[in-house]
Design a protein around this ligand. Structure first.
Ligand code: SF4
Ligand code: SF3
Length: 543
C-alpha cells in the first residue's frame, strides 16, 4: 500500500493522491503525517478511557494542536520535523498512559517505533484506508479533518494567550471515537455535527483573542504597490508572529508586506501604528511561485500554504515558524517565553534588493462583525429599499485549478444589486475587480481570514434578529463557498451547526464524502455543488 491522502480539493482525479501529492507531499511525509494522527488518536483514547482531566494534561494540550496542524495541507513538508514530533508525541502519550489503569489498551495507545523505517512500516497499517467501510471512513475523515482546522484556530488563539480547554477536551474524545469500531454511522454523523459546534467555539475563541489583543478590524485601504526599501514578506494566519516581526523590524529600514492570508492584518488598529507595515504584495498562496521571485526579499511562513520552492535561490529566502516546515528552509523556534528571534530574516532582508512592483493602487477590507454593525443602519436600509437584493457569502480558499476562474466570473456577473461577503484567500478571485458600491457600501466586503467566516455568520444571525425572522435561511443570503484545505472543512461544519442551509461548495465536492454521506448532507442541509456561472446565478437569484 502506497500513500493515500484525499484531504484537500486538489487531490488527484477527485479521488486521492497515491504516489505523490499534487501539493508536493512525498510518500514518506504523508506516512509520517498519518502516524502523527494515529498517535493523537491514541492520546485521545487514553484521555477518554483513563478519565484524565484536560486541565492536568500539561504539554500535550499544545502538542495536540501543533501535531494536527503539522498535518494540514501545505503546512509542513519537513520529514525531520515530523519525525521529531512523532518521538515527542510518543513520549507524551506514554506518560499519559502511565497515569491510567486502562486494561488492554488500543494499539494506538501502546505501539512503539524506534526508527524512521519502523515509522514508515507502521504508517502503512494506520492510514485512511485502514477503515474499510466507505461510509465510516468518510465520517471519520470529516471528523478528523474538521479537527485539523479546529486545531489551527485553537493554536492561534493559544499563541495570543486565549484558551478554552473544552475545545481540547472535545478533540481528545472525538479522536478516540474515530478508533471505536462499535460506533454506528448515525453516531458518527452526530459526532460530525458536534465537531461543527466546537468549530464555532474555536472560531469564537480566536475572534476574541484577535480583537482583544489587536483591536476590532476596521474599514481599511491596503496599498498593493511597493516602496523602495528592502523588505520581508509574511504569509499565513498567525498574528502573533506578525506582531513580533513588526516590533523587531521597527527602525531597521526594512519594510514588512503581507502575502495571501496575512492581508487582513492590515485591518487591525494595533498594526496600523507601524509605519513600515507597507502593504500587501501579491495574491493567494498558489501564486507564490512567481510572486516570491519578484519580491526579492525573505519570506516568513507562519502557517500554510507553502508551495514547494523549486529554486534554491527562493528556498534560501524562505523561513518557517510555528507548525510549518520545509526541508532546507530555516525554521525559527520560540524561546521558553514564546519569543521568536527574527534577526536572521531581518539581516537577510538588508542584503537583498527591494521588491519589484507587480501592481499598484489599493484594495479595501476590514468588514468583520463590528465594522459591519457600525454600518448596520445603512445596510438594513439598503435591504429594505431594495437597493441590496441579496448577499452572497463567498468565503473560503483559493486554489490553482483552472475551474476556479468560475469564481471571478461569478462575482463579475452577479447583478449590481448584490453584495459579496468574503473571508479567506478565496477573495483573491474577485477583490481586485472594480465591482463598485451600493450607496457607499462596497460590493465586496472582506471580513478577513478564513476564521473570520465566524464574523460573517454573526452578521447573518444579527440581520435575522434585525429583520425579525425565525430562521436565518429566510434572509436574502446565498452561500457559494470555495474550499481547498481542512480549515474550510471546520468552517463548513460550523456553518451547518449554526443552522445555515443550502450551502453550495466548489469547485468540486470533497473526495472524502462517500455517496451515502453526501446524500445525508444533501437531504438534511441542502448542500450542493456548482455548475456554470449563468445557471448558478439564476438558481441563486431564484429565477
Ligand atoms: Fe493530495 Fe491534497 Fe493530500 Fe496533498 S493534501 S497529498 S494534494 S489530497
Ligand atoms: Fe487559504 Fe491556504 Fe484555505 Fe485560510 S491560505 S484559506 S487555502
Amino acid at each position: 500500500m502506497g500513500m493515500f491522502c484525499y484531504q484537500c480539493q486538489e487531490t488527484v482525479g477527485g479521488r486521492g493522491c497515491t504516489v505523490r501529492g499534487v501539493c508536493g507531499k512525498t510518500e514518506d511525509v504523508s506516512a509520517l503525517q498519518d502516524l502523527i494522527l494515529y498517535i493523537l488518536k491514541g492520546v485521545g483514547y487514553i484521555v477518554k478511557e483513563g478519565n484524565l482531566d484536560v486541565n492536568e494534561l500539561g504539554e500535550i494540550n499544545y502538542e495536540l494542536l501543533n501535531g494536527l496542524f503539522m498535518t494540514i495541507t501545505n503546512a509542513n513538508f519537513d520529514g525531520d520535523a515530523l519525525e521529531a514530533q512523532i518521538y515527542k508525541l510518543l513520549d507524551l502519550r506514554d506518560d499519559l498512559l502511565a497515569r491510567t489503569n486502562i486494561e488492554n489498551p488500543h494499539d494506538a495507545a501502546v505501539f512503539t517505533v524506534r526508527s524512521l523505517d519502523e515509522m514508515l512500516a507502521k504508517a502503512e497499517t494506520v492510514g485512511v484506508l485502514a477503515t474499510e467501510d466507505e461510509d465510516i471512513r468518510s465520517l471519520r475523515s470529516l471528523v478528523t479533518l474538521g479537527l485539523k482546522g479546529m486545531a489551527a484556530y485553537t493554536e492561534h488563539a493559544e499563541n495570543i494567550g486565549k484558551r478554552n480547554l473544552e475545545i481540547q477536551a472535545f478533540m481528545y474524545r472525538a479522536l478516540a471515537d474515530t478508533l471505536d469500531d462499535s460506533l454506528t454511522a448515525d453516531e458518527l454523523t452526530a459526532l460530525v455535527l458536534e465537531t461543527g459546534k466546537m468549530g464555532v467555539a474555536a472560531m469564537a475563541l480566536l475572534h476574541e483573542a484577535n480583537t482583544g489583543r489587536y483591536g476590532k478590524p476596521e474599514m481599511t485601504n491596503v496599498d498593493i504597490g511597493v516602496r523602495g526599501n528592502p523588505a520581508i514578506l509574511i504569509s499565513g494566519h498567525d498574528l502573533t508572529d506578525l506582531e513580533q516581526l513588526l516590533e523587531q523590524t521597527a527602525g531597521t529600514g526594512v519594510d514588512v508586506y503581507t502575502h495571501s492570508e496575512m492581508l487582513p492584518a492590515h485591518y487591525y488598529p494595533a498594526f496600523k501604528k507601524y509605519p513600515h507595515f507597507a502593504g500587501n504584495y501579491g495574491n493567494a498562496w498558489w501564486k507564490q511561485t512567481t510572486e516570491f521571485e519578484s519580491f526579492n526579499g525573505p519570506i516568513l511562513f507562519t502557517t500554510n500554504c507553502i508551495v514547494p520552492p523549486r529554486k534554491e535561490e527562493i528556498r534560501n529566502r524562505i523561513f518557517t515558524t510555528g507548525s510549518t516546515g520545509y526541508p532546507g528552509c530555516t525554521h525559527i523556534e520560540p524561546d521558553e517565553n514564546g519569543k521568536k528571534d527574527f534577526s536572521p530574516v531581518i539581516e537577510l532582508a538588508k542584503r537583498l534588493p527591494p521588491p519589484t512592483p507587480i501592481e499598484s493602487g489599493t484594495i479595501v477590507g476590514g468588514f468583520a462583525y463590528d465594522q459591519v454593525m457600525a454600518l448596520a443602519d445603512k445596510v438594513v436600509d439598503a435591504v429594505k429599499s431594495g437597493a441590496i437584493k441579496k448577499f452572497f457569502v463567498m468565503a473560503g480558499c483559493d486554489g490553482r485549478s483552472k475551474q476556479r476562474e468560475y469564481y471571478t466570473e461569478f462575482a463579475r456577473n452577479l447583478p449590481s444589486d448584490t453584495v459579496i461577503l468574503t473571508a479567506g484567500c478565496a477573495k483573491y478571485r474577485y477583490n481586485k475587480l472594480d465591482l463598485g458600491d451600493i450607496g457607499g457600501i462596497p460590493r465586496v466586503l472582506d471580513a478577513g481570514q478564513c476564521n473570520d467566516s465566524y464574523s460573517l455568520a454573526l452578521i447573518a444571525l444579527k440581520l435575522k434578529e434585525v429583520f425579525g425572522l425565525e430562521d436565518v435561511n429566510d434572509l436574502p443570503i446565498a452561500f457559494n463557498i470555495a474550499w481547498y484545505e481542512q480549515k474550510a472543512v471546520i468552517v463548513l461544519l460550523a456553518l451547518l451547526y449554526l443552522g445555515f442551509k443550502n450551502i453550495h461548495l466548489g469547485p468540486t465536492l470533497p473526495a472524502f464524502l462517500s455517496p451515502n454521506v453526501a446524500k445525508v448532507l444533501v437531504e438534511n442541509f441542502g448542500i450542493g455543488g456548482i455548475t456554470d456561472v449563468e445557471s448558478d446565478i439564476a438558481m441563486f437569484m431564484g429565477a
